[in-house]
Design a protein around this ligand. Structure first.
Ligand SMILES: [Zn+2]
Length: 1004
């Protein structure tokens, strides 16, 4: 292991095997391979000294690393035309005569040199097009890299942007700017000094330029002491705020300043609302001794006064802790890593089931909040109580820039406004801006800067204006940003790894590859499919058995491990399908052309070929890289037509019939083995891209051919899973679907029971069977509702590394092992699986990361995240198009079924549109109705009328644009009629069109 590291690192690093010492972490490493000043440093530079580090290895041992630090005298200052050093060496450089921005503090041409904290906290200012000609010191960059990966990435991106003229100066390797840590000086002070030394050097160095080219470097720091020292040393220095405010031609930049209060200064005025956050050292002690628990803070989407903390670690006990009330949430923000104190059992509570949205306008009224908090407390039976606690400190903030809208202050001329994030789990953020009128009605991005103890809301600053709310492009951008979907065009670096066109198969491509072009292969897909991942064939062998082949696009032939194309595909993880847009995982040349298994062209494939008997029993399985030539690209309908045709008997049709026959047997067997057919009708709102008309809740019958293709894909995935796990027991990439804990089914079982139906949930098989039996002749839609509810009880299927887990079972498919092999064009997991399989059969060579289970686990983690986000983005896209639809359609009344009852609301499903929504029974400024909630049944009683799950109601659907912050579909009860609650039945347009409809009786 150490030897390999030595071989990889280069750059003057010597690694020696260390003894098993007590492990400790050895401070910061000065030299990283990425910062190596040049390949020829040994010949030009001079060795300064060796630094020895002890590094803990994964196996628990300790490794000694000796790094030799080289200094050079040929590093340019980055100013082109500099006579003293010749200026920059290629790459991005400073402008020789920086003209703007005009600073009233420093009217002469200048470069900026920010310190680490300015880079970390004021990155939004630095990214502004107005800010150019910035010197980024290596010392600063390294500190940023250690402290914030996202900011580090952003600063690298800015540096790569030619127009910004940012220059990275490797001061740590410059003979005249390198400083050694002095006795008694801590690392921070040493770095501050190094930065000042570099700033001073620059100013001396630039003096050597001609008189008319006089340039100076301005040091930007928010650290008062550091600034004082710099001024003493003759370096012009300003705080970021001073400098930005001096840019009189760019007043909008002030908005982008992070508002940072100096430590301790935050309690200037106002009542203290929150208790202090304990320092990290105390938190760590507390966690060690068990007083506090560490976990991830998850804010509730439905209730801004409630959150859960998911405790890290593998103890099943106390996995989830409930927090209720502003004070106990104590300024934690969704996704932060926090430390919580657990309350004694006597103070435990149950989740509140209340829907509460923070809709106050600029109010700091905490008392009102406390009143609302009382609503959270419910009398419930003992076993519903969950561990409850409060946040005592923040271990790591996970803030990111948030999309949302400005809620302009009611106070005239006010600069302070509240920003409402699009994500309900994020609190509202107070920002200062002068452009409130311009920003009203726009989607904007805001970053959080801090959250003082006396403030109801965190403080932040404006980052970017995305455009008008409701505008299709703006909204798409928002949902992509909010779901962290990488959607920038592919960079030149990525595209450079694509094959050059015109492309054709060469002799080299044929190495380790079988020629299967003679086989009668065809593909079956939805109409208009351009990224064809899979094709099939079936033929009878001489011995009377059948040969079935699944041929998958050989994407891993084109995407080689580790290059920019591979890294970008790995990062994206999946293709994202939105209503009117597809965000590809791989560039179009591959997705829609070279990898797409279109008919009548030669295409590279990875084939899984079985020999089966006529009872669909597998006799032999083999895998091979291949070249195929598909004979037909069919749609499901075309394939079905061929199978059903009495007259067609060509090779393609015979092949399809063989496949179809086997698929039916395979499916039957799979279901007998307990696979779940929760093919609950897809409750999705399909939009016609041109008219925005919804196509009804999947009423169209699925054809046999859909299921035919699916059966063989499942079989291929299972066969491949077995093979790669046989070959790589420790690092196969697999997919599992955990069985849900019994408690997940409670809601389904209770709901069914209220309709006198018995749902068994002990095994997937019994669940499937009891769902099949759950029919009500008087209520045909009930079965669909039960299946929808059952789907909600399921766990997420996830990718995992076989060496990191014991439980491989796929619950939904009732398969002991499973993976993804069949869609490498749109899923990165399949690319890794292809690589593993290729190595297993000797068709391709391996590489170190492929057999590193920790690396593989990291890949799985990202893929699981990306898949989840892709799903959410899809849903958000559907929701937005739903709004567009109802905007044009106006107010309509529709039949709906209750899916869930809550304490003050019911959640309903409208089958006609596959649309789900919440009907609230409490409205602001209206008298509160008398509500009785019973969690056991579950039911909600309002003024004498009882609502159960699955009850049929009638609701009015309208687009509510009154609150621009959250334009939303609002639903109100029409039937049953409850005086003061329901909307009176009045002949609306929709009702007039269908006069019979409103007379229909409310069905219990
Ligand atoms: Zn120079």
């Amino acid at each position: 292991m150490p030897q390999r590291e030595a071989a990889n690192s280069g750059c003057g690093i010597v690694v020696r095997q260390g003894s098993r010492l007590e492990a400790f972490f050895a401070g910061r490493v000065l030299l990283r391979p990425g910062f190596c000043a040049g390949r020829d440093s040994t010949s030009r530079g001079k060795m300064l000294k060796s630094k020895t580090f002890l590094k803990k290895t994964r196996a628990g041992g300790v490794m000694k690393i000796v790094r030799e630090h080289y200094l050079r005298d040929d590093i340019g200052c980055g100013a082109p035309g500099c006579t003293a050093c010749g200026g920059a060496h290629g790459g991005p450089a400073l402008e020789p005569r920086p003209q703007d921005p005009a600073s009233s503090l420093w009217p002469r041409p200048h470069y900026l040199l920010p310190d680490t904290n300015v880079l970390l906290h004021q990155i939004d200012v630095l990214e502004d097009p107005a800010i150019r000609n910035v010197i980024v010191l290596q010392t600063v960059l390294q500190e940023v890299r250690n402290r914030s990966a996202p900011v580090y990435k952003r600063i690298r991106d800015v540096t790569n942007n030619q127009e910004k003229h940012f220059y990275t100066f490797t001061n740590e390797h410059h003979r005249e700017t390198y400083v050694e840590q002095e006795q008694g000086e801590n690392a921070n002070d040493r770095n501050d000094r190094a930065i000042r030394v570099a700033a001073k050097w620059y100013n001396e160095h630039l003096k050597k330029m001609s008189a008319e080219n006089q340039l100076q470097v301005i040091f930007i720091t928010n650290d008062r002491k550091n600034k004082e020292k710099a001024v003493e040393e003759g370096i012009p220095a300003f705080t970021c705020e001073e400098y930005v405010k001096s840019l009189t031609a760019n007043p909008e930049l002030i908005d982008r300043l992070a508002c940072l209060s100096e430590e301790g200064k935050e309690i200037e005025s106002g009542k203290i609302i929150f208790s202090e956050h304990l320092p990290l050292s105390k938190l760590q002690q507390g966690i060690k001794s068990g007083i506090y628990l560490q976990g991830t803070f998850r804010a509730s989407r439905e209730n801004y006064l409630e959150a859960t903390v998911w405790i890290h670690g593998d103890t099943e006990e106390n996995k989830e802790i409930i927090l209720q009330g502003l004070k106990h949430l104590n300024r934690a923000v969704h996704e932060d890593i926090v430390a919580v104190e657990l309350f004694p059992k006597s103070q435990w509570v149950a989740p509140s089931s209340v829907v509460l949205q923070d809709e106050g306008q600029n109010e700091d009224d905490v008392e009102k909040e406390e009143e609302r908090e009382c609503m959270l407390k419910t009398a419930v039976n003992e076993k519903m109580l969950k561990p409850t606690g409060r946040v005592v400190g923040i271990i790591k903030r996970n803030w990111r820039p948030y999309c949302g809208m400005l809620s302009k202050s009611d106070i005239k001329e006010s600069r302070r406004h509240l920003f409402t994030p699009a994500d309900r789990r994020i609190p509202r953020i107070r920002i200062e801006t002068r452009q409130a009128s311009t920003l009203e009605g726009r989607r904007i991005i805001v970053a959080i800067d801090g959250w003082p103890r006396n403030s109801r809301y965190p403080n932040g600053h404006f980052v970017k204006n995305l455009g008008d709310v409701g505008e299709k492009e703006t909204e798409t951008e928002v949902l992509l940003l909010e779901h962290d979907v990488p959607h920038q065009p592919f960079s030149q670096a990525v595209l450079s790894f694509l094959p050059k066109m015109p492309w054709s198969i060469t002799e080299k491509d044929m190495k380790n590859r079988e020629d299967l072009r003679h086989l009668c292969v065809c593909s079956v897909d939805p109409p208009g499919c351009t990224d064809i991942d899979d094709a099939l064939h079936c033929r009878e062998l001489k011995n009377g058995n059948l040969e079935v082949g699944v041929h998958i696009a050989d994407v891993s032939h084109f995407i080689r491990p580790g290059n920019a194309l591979d890294q970008e595909s790995a990062r994206r993880g999946t293709t994202v399908y939105l209503c009117e847009k597809r965000i590809d995982m791989v560039p179009e040349l591959l997705s829609s052309n070279l990898c797409s298994l279109r008919c009548n062209v030669d295409r590279l494939a990875f084939s899984c070929i079985w020999e089966m008997n006529h009872n669909a029993e597998i006799l032999k399985t083999r895998f091979t890289k291949s070249v195929i030539n598909s004979k037909a690209s069919l749609t499901y309908a075309e394939a079905q037509m061929r199978i059903d045709s009495a007259t067609m008997n060509d090779d393609i049709t015979i092949s399809l019939r063989g496949l179809n026959k086997l698929a039916k047997i395979l499916k039957k067997r799979r279901i007998e083995n307990g696979a779940l057919t929760l093919s609950s009708p897809e409750v999705r709102f399909h939009m016609d891209s041109e008219t925005h008309d919804p196509i009804d809740l999947q009423t169209k019958e699925l054809r046999e051919t859909n299921s035919m293709v699916e059966e063989f894909m499942l079989l291929a995935n299972i066969s491949v899973a077995k093979k790669i796990h046989e070959e790589f027991s420790e690092h196969a990439l697999l997919r599992k679907h955990p069985a849900p804990p019994p408690s997940n089914y409670e809601i389904l079982v209770k709901a069914a029971k209220s309709k006198n139906l018995d749902i068994k949930t002990d095994t997937a098989k019994s669940l499937a069977e009891s769902l099949d039996r759950a029919e009500s002749p008087a209520f045909p839609y009930l079965n669909t509702l039960l299946r929808i509810l059952a789907t909600r009880c399921m766990m997420q299927a996830v990718y995992f590394c076989s060496g990191m887990d014991n439980d491989f079972h796929h619950y939904g498919l009732a398969s002991p092992i499973y993976t993804h092999f069949t869609s490498p064009i749109r899923r990165y997991a399949d690319i890794i699986v292809h690589r593993l399989l290729a190595v297993a059969i000797g068709a391709d060579c391996t590489y170190p990361e492929l057999t590193d289970k920790h690396k593989l686990a990291d890949i799985c983690k990202n893929l699981n995240f990306r898949h989840k986000m892709a799903q959410y983005a899809q849903r958000a896209s559907v929701a937005f198009h739903t709004q567009l639809f109802f905007k044009s359609k106006g107010i309509v009344s529709e039949e709906a079924y209750i899916l869930f009852v809550r304490k003050n609301a019911i959640v309903v499903l409208i089958p006609k549109y596959g649309l789900e929504g919440t009907v609230f029974f409490e409205e602001k400024d209206k008298p509160k109705p008398h509500l009785i909630y019973d969690d056991e049944i579950p039911s909600l009683q309002i003024e004498g009328i009882v609502f159960h799950v699955f009850d049929k109601v009638k609701v009015k659907i309208m687009l509510d644009s009154s609150n621009l912050q959250h334009q939303k579909i609002r639903m109100a009860l029409v039937e049953p009629q409850i005086p003061g609650i329901s909307i009176p039945i009045e002949p609306s347009n929709a009702d007039l069109n269908e006069p019979g409809r409103k007379k229909r009786k409310f069905e219990k």
